[in-house]
Design a protein around this ligand. Structure first.
Ligand SMILES: [Zn+2]
Length: 215
């Protein structure tokens, strides 16, 4: 939103070039210097996020543990003409493929299997590289961080789908659909990985690379 306003000249632009002690706003991205709060959005400016690595590890561990019930427990049960069985994410994808709903199957697979795993693996890689003080591929890792940070919320598409399907099918007469406990575990995974991405401070990767040891 801030970038869009910036491009239309509706708000002050960034102050990027070579300012000493420049600091980027975690909320709107404006780079400024010499103030405690962001001159544009009022967010408190911090040199680095506090306890970033520990908090990210803790949230990732919790997300990885919840990922197990999210895949084992049923996410929903569809009962049609008196028959039906609980579906986990994977059997749900299988059902969609069998019904010929390929685009939907791909969407669910991407949102509920690929994205959470990529987020977990991506963040763990960044954390380990930071602990080791690695200077390799810093730009790529920072770009990966931005992707992980922005793509996370789209996994919720799966949770929305269960709620939308429940609403649609409930309106029909011959089928009924019930959300399962897997949805709660899965929502937990999405929320925890989003918080983990927010807790991680990509600037620490650059600090660690500069000093060559754990920040
Ligand atoms: Zn700001």
């Amino acid at each position: 939103m801030w970038e869009e306003l910036e491009q239309r000249g509706l708000t002050a632009g960034p102050n990027r070039a070579g300012v000493p002690h420049a600091i980027g706003c975690d909320s709107c991205g404006l780079v400024s210097h010499g103030s405690r709060t962001c001159p544009r959005c009022g967010y408190t400016l911090r040199q680095r996020k506090t306890n970033s690595l520990n908090r990210t590890w803790a949230l990732l561990l919790a997300a990885a543990l919840l990922y197990i019930p999210a895949n084992i427990l049923p996410v929903m049960t569809v009962i049609s003409l008196g028959r039906g069985q609980p579906d986990t994410i994977l059997t749900g994808v299988e059902q969609l493929v069998r019904s010929g709903l390929w685009p939907l199957a791909l969407l669910v697979f991407f949102a509920s299997i690929t994205v959470p795993v990529l987020k977990l693996v991506g963040l763990v890689t960044m954390l380990i590289a930071t602990h080791r003080g690695s200077a390799a591929r810093l730009r790529e890792r920072t770009l990966l961080y931005r992707i992980v940070d922005s793509v996370g919320r789209w996994s919720m598409i799966d949770v929305f789908m269960v709620s939308i399907l429940t609403a649609i099918v409930r309106m029909g007469l011959i089928a009924s659909i019930y959300p399962g406990p897997g949805v709660i575990a899965f929502s937990g995974v999405v929320i925890l990985t989003m918080l983990a991405a927010m807790s991680f401070d990509p600037r620490l990767m650059w600090d660690a690379a500069r000093t060559g040891k754990k920040p």
